[in-house]
Every structure is written in C-alpha cells, then in structure tokens.
Design a binder for this molecule. Sequence first.
Ligand code: GDD
Ligand code: MN
Length: 365
Amino acid sequence: MRTVPDLTVVVPTFNERPNIRPLVGLLDRALAGIAWEVVFVDDDSPDGTADEVRALGREDGRVRVLHRIGRRGLAGATIEGMLSSIAPVVAVMDADLQHDETRLPAMFAILRDDPATDIVVASRNVAGGSAAGGFSALRKWGSDRATALARRFLKVTATDPMSGFFMLRRERFNEVVTQLQPEGFKVLLDMLSSSRGRWRVAEVPYDFRARRFGTSKMDSAVAFEFLALVVARATGGLVSIRFVLFALVGLTGVFVQLAVVRAMLWFATDVFILAQAAGVFVAMTTNFLLNNLLTYSDRALKGAALIRGLLSFYAVCAIGAVANVGVAEAVFAVLPQPEIASFCGAVVGAVWNFLASSAYTWKAR
Ligand code: GDD
Ligand code: MN
C-alpha cells in the first residue's frame, strides 16, 4: 500500500532530464525518516523530462509527474504542483540541484515544532547563506535590486522573497491561491504579498549552488515580469501582470510612432497624413512583436501563426482606434477638455486592444 505523504516536494521542470535521477537520489538520502513524495511539474519539455519521471515513477512510488501541454511558466507550474498535493506540508525547489536539499529536514522541523510558523524560506541573504556559486555578478546585482524594491513597495519582510526554495503549510497556500498570478517567475513573492503580512515567516540559510546540467531559463523577460508583478500587487491585483506588460509595450509604441513620423517627414514625404499612417503601421508592428516576445512569452507565436497573429492584431487595433476616437468624442461632448477626452479614448482603446488580442491573437490553447 502507498503511504500517505507528510511532505510533497514540488519541482517545476523544463528540459531537466539529466537532473531527475540525481535529484531523487539526493532527496531519498536527505529526507530519510519523513514520509515524502515528489511531484515534477513538466511543461512538455522537448528533451523528454516527463518520460524520464514516468520511468522513475514505475520504480519508486514516491515519484509523480504532472505533465502540462501547451503551457509554459514557472509560477503557474508551481501553483498547480502545490494544488495537486494532499500532504499537510509542501516544499518547492528547482530541479537543477542548485537548491541544497539537505536543508529540507530543518525546514520541515520548524513547521512541525512551531505551529505559529506558516512558511519557511530558504534564504541566500541571511547569515550562513550565499548566492556566490549560482549567480553571475550581474544576476546577483539584479536580484538584490529586485529584493529591495519588493521589500519597499510590497511590504514584504523576508530577506529573500525571490527565492525559488521554500516550504509551507498546505492550508495557508489555499488562502492565497485564488489571488496568485500564474504568469511570471516569482511565486513566493506573490504569495507573501497576497498574505498581506499575516504569515509568520521563518528563514533558514542556504548556499545557492552552481547548476550541474542544462541551462537557466531566466532571461531579460523575467526582469520585466518582475516589475509587472510589483505593479500588479501594488494595485491589490486590480491589473494583471499581462496588462502591465501590454501597457508598457504600448508606451514604447508611442515613441516608435513619433520617431517614424519624424523620419518620414525628413526623408520621404511632405504629406503629414502619409507620415502619420506609416508611423501608426510601424508602431502596431513593433507592438505586436514586443508583446509576442514579452507579454506572451509563454505562448509566443512562430512561423505561419506569427503572420496570422500579426494580421489579427492589426484588425484588433483598427477597431480599438475607432473605439478610441468614438469615446474621446463622446467625452468631449459633455466635457470639452481635449486632454481629458483624448486620455479617456486612449484608455478605452488600450483596454480593448488588450482584451481582444488576448482572446484572438494570443488565445490560450
Ligand atoms: N514547468 C516549468 N515551466 N518549469 C520551468 C519553467 C517553465 O516554464 N521555466 C523554468 N522552469 C524550471 C526549471 O527547469 C528549474 O527546475 C526551475 O524552474 C528554475 O529555473 P532556472 O532556469 O534554473 O532558474 P534560475 O536558476 O535562473 O533561478 C531560480 O533560482 C532563483 C534563486 O532561488 C528560480 O527558482 C528563481 O525563481 C530563483 O529566484
Ligand atoms: Mn536554476
């Protein structure tokens, strides 16, 4: 008979095949004496990580896989892994052996012995911890800036809210899960912020080790996702990460449009309306490409789908422009202030573009 686990270790994976067996071996040694299981949440990795987990699961009943198709994203994978657990305590750690699994028993003991503690964070930023091995100087700098920003604006007190290594009570997780943003990388920060300072946080130090096999999936998009998460949380979840990214991209479009209009008038034409049309067209195109890379990096369109997406984005924006003008005109009729009327039109146009493009251009599978 299968033993009911007291601890579920959730491990999100993308292309981590060579790390699966070594990690389970390390967990087996570290967690002796605890009834544990491990759930690998794999986003259909091309290297066959999920196959490897299934093979191992047939040898060891403590190993499970949650195989997601057509979706990408660290935070979302982590959330679903935790939801799949029946254990009273869940841990989250990376697959790549960067997180020191020998810290898990100490983290588990804190939750077992102190009922007042809700979550234990493995921190690189308390005495005894370090990030030296696992981070380049630039990543370390970025991580420190992000931590300072989060602590200041989101009133998070933990020393390492960016950590991907933590353990918490399953029932506490249920309290915040509906408020979490599945886009992005920083699910711990999102949980701590959503708990509004009600959680008692304990920290244990650990050394962030160097990755052994494979490569990091963090890229510059992650930095933008982080900033968007801060804004989304600072508004109490009123706007989503995706909307913040979409609005940021829209802002770059304004500058692209102005630059193209200027250049056209210098080099190509004397007719303003032609220059303006070219500016709008180029800005729509760069907005589309940037949104595809950044806002929708988890379901980026490629090949023929990219062309189809671009055409549908033009159509969406054309309707958005009509709505923009219509709303501005209606507002102006009751409140003849051009700036206010124009701003209202822009907001309605942006919200329309966002909602319509997420439904048609980048629809979830
Ligand atoms: N399912 C799934 N889907 N897993 C993913 C995805 C995804 O889209 N992207 C990354 N992962 C998995 C990786 O396979 C790995 O197990 C883990 O998430 C972390 O990804 P890395 O690419 O190794 O990230 P990192 O080492 O640069 O940063 C990690 O450590 C930092 C310090 O604790 C992350 O956990 C950061 O959130 C954390 O700040
Ligand atoms: Mn890593």
